[in-house]
Ligand binder design. Structure first.
Ligand code: SF4
Length: 350
């Protein structure tokens, strides 16, 4: 049976104490909106209630910050869960771009410790699967930043793990977006998936305003299966149909993530096939946006290399000529080991 969430436990404690209904709203407001770190500090509550919350629930956060790596544009935190698993969260500061002319912050959070899906270019995949994070462990990566007084622009579930492989993901989305709890607009949240079709379909039904990013990484099915074994279960055409449904129903942009690997998937032929795949989407193909990422080599995935700037530029020119919107994501990785799973791997070796 799934463990109760903190919000449920708080409600239970207050109920057992016979508190009037408005007390629950007070506690939720203090913990989730104002970022109180201790129940005992919520001065609007009677002392007996504060003491009981503290005695029964302990610390507010279920995660402990055990290591930080900083650069000018990125802060990467290694958190430890209460049962001793380590996960990564990265806060990034993006320079202004044509699309977003102001500097903005974004948080990249994890959904699992490790990952079972074994994509060949991914450092987290090399760790293997350790555990699905609980709803609180996912949401507390954001709550931590609220507690330290940071304003968080957008939040992407793009850290360790495949979000749709974790059955607790939707409960975490509830904590993050519920107006009673963290109250974050779903438009500021993104789920990044390697293409778990039932997960995409559930997102369309339950959280249609959450942004969706599909990691394609190759327009060619054979190559995609080699890079990402899950493509054997959910082939590209099936996933693209699910993404089409998302676009059709929501009229929101869908992001196609594409990690460029030198001499693997960065050729003109790949760019042209990617452009054709998007143009085939028909009248709403203008809502597909390719988000390119330059591979960041790490110790765990050494068979791949960073593509040249020239190859990236050629790739983008082909997309541009075909009218496919694309951006090259800024890369903060080398200084802070920000590629998925690398901080964890470095820390584990210490
Ligand atoms: S890319 Fe994502 S799905 Fe693939 S192994 Fe890494 S964490 Fe798992």
């Amino acid at each position: 049976m799934q463990e109760k969430t903190r919000a449920e436990k708080i409600a239970e404690v207050l109920d057992n104490l016979g508190c009037p209904k408005y007390r629950l709203a007070q506690v939720y407001e203090a913990i989730y909106k104002k970022g109180f770190r201790e129940y005992s500090a919520i001065s609007t509550l009677p002392m007996a209630v504060r003491n009981r919350l503290r005695a029964e629930l302990g610390e507010v956060l279920v995660l402990k910050n055990i290591h930080e790596t900083k650069s000018r544009q990125a802060l990467k935190i290694l958190f430890e869960t209460k049962d001793g698993y380590r996960i990564e969260t990265v806060r990034m500061l993006f320079n202004p771009t044509e699309e977003r002319p102001e500097e903005h912050e974004s948080l990249c959070i994890s959904s699992q410790c490790g990952c079972a899906l074994g994509c060949s270019f991914c450092a987290t995949g090399k760790i293997g699967f350790r555990k699905n994070l609980t709803p609180d462990e996912i949401a507390d990566q954001v709550l931590y930043f609220r507690q330290i007084g940071d304003t968080i622009g957008s939040i992407s579930l793009m850290g360790m793990g495949e979000p749709f492989a974790n059955p607790h993901l939707f409960d975490a989305l509830e904590i993050l977006t519920s107006p009673k709890l963290m109250g974050i607009s779903p438009r500021r949240l993104s789920v990044s998936t390697i293409g778990i079709v039932p997960g995409i379909q559930r997102l369309i039904k339950e959280y249609p305003n959450v942004n969706l990013s599909f990691s394609l990484h190759s327009p060619f099915p054979d190559q995609r299966e080699k890079l990402m074994p899950i493509a054997r279960t959910y082939p590209t055409d099936q996933v693209m149909k699910a993404v089409d449904q998302y676009v059709e129903k929501t009229n929101h942009k869908a992001f196609i993530a594409y990690i460029l690997l030198k001499n693997e998937n960065d050729s003109a032929e790949h760019a042209q096939a990617l452009a054709s795949l998007i143009k085939e989407r028909g009248r709403k193909s203008y809502l597909y946006h390719v988000s390119l990422v330059r591979f960041n080599p790490g110790p765990a995935a050494s068979q791949y290399e960073k593509p040249t700037l020239e190859a990236i530029s050629k790739f983008r020119t082909i997309l541009d000529r075909n009218g496919i919107k694309n951006t090259l994501r800024q890369c903060f990785g080398v200084e802070v080991k920000a590629a998925c799973g690398q901080l964890y791997a470095a820390y584990a070796r210490q």
